[in-house]
Write a protein that binds this ligand. Structure first.
Ligand code: ZN
Length: 258
């Protein structure tokens, strides 16, 4: 069986500087997620971090990645624009992208959405109740109608994203806010899933329902391209399928760039 190749990318800064984050994720959030994904027989997950050579994502690594997962927070601006260009191109060619928690404000997510991706937030260790809003969706397979995280960072509406193609989860918070916490998008040949739980000072990626969602999401967004962004026909169709009747119409020629 051909395994789904996942690259679990992490900024990997908080887990070095914050003792609580380090306690829950001694080798980093990415290491825990990759370890969990690798328990699945059809998934082969590797890790990458911002401070690795080429920011963890060389052209070779990206070329071999079917699914990229992204966790970032404090250093979004350090991600090089040319890397964002390469990730975008690879998504349009069919690579899946899973954006986690504060990755909502990453360069790549904002690029793929085209909006500010701003949201409301509060850090009060409050309860989050995650509701399934599309039980037929593969990402919700096996997930209970709702589950609770005892402590979470509140992410609230309005969340400035385009209307998701599919809304799989909505969260409610102890303080009263709601949030579109699980959103699916199609961009080019690629699929994108945004999932908001995952603040670094809580053991959220240890939660079994969250882990189930990540495994499901990998399978749902997995690479579905065929090597080209616009593969079906050339852009300019010189020879039509049917004969077009000659028209007695003359216009000045337009210069085309190609
Ligand atoms: Zn956070």
């Amino acid at each position: 069986m051909e395994k789904i190749k996942v690259t679990v990318w992490n900024e990997f800064r908080h887990e070095k500087s914050n003792v609580t984050a380090k306690g829950f994720y001694p080798s980093g959030i990415h290491a825990l997620i990759a370890e969990r994904l690798n328990q699945e027989p059809d998934i082969n997950a590797g890790i990458a971090a911002l401070d690795d050579p080429e920011q963890g994502l060389s052209p070779e690594v990206l070329e071999q990645t079917d699914v990229l997962t992204w966790w970032g927070h404090a250093a979004h601006d350090e991600v090089e624009d040319k890397l964002v260009d390469r990730i975008q191109k690879r998504i349009l060619e069919g690579m899946g992208l899973i954006v986690l928690h504060s990755g909502h404000y990453s360069k790549i997510f904002r690029r793929m959405m085209g909006t500010t991706c701003l949201l409301r937030w509060r850090e009060a260790h409050e309860k989050e109740r995650v509701w399934v809003t599309l039980p037929s969706h593969p990402i919700a397979a096996g997930v209970s109608p709702y589950f609770e995280l005892a402590n979470s960072e509140m992410y609230g509406e309005y969340f400035d994203i385009p209307q998701p193609d599919e809304q799989v989860f909505i969260s409610w918070y102890e303080g009263g806010e709601v949030f579109r916490s699980g959103c699916c998008f199609n961009r080019g040949l690629g699929k994108i899933f945004y999932f908001s739980p995952g603040h670094e000072v809580y053991p959220i990626y240890h939660n079994q329902e969250v882990q189930k969602i990540l495994v499901n999401a990998v399978r749902w967004v997995k690479f579905r391209g065929n090597g080209s962004v616009f593969p079906f026909l050339g852009a300019q169709i010189k020879i039509p399928l049917e004969t077009i009747a000659e028209k007695n119409y003359h216009s000045a020629p337009i210069d085309h760039p190609n």
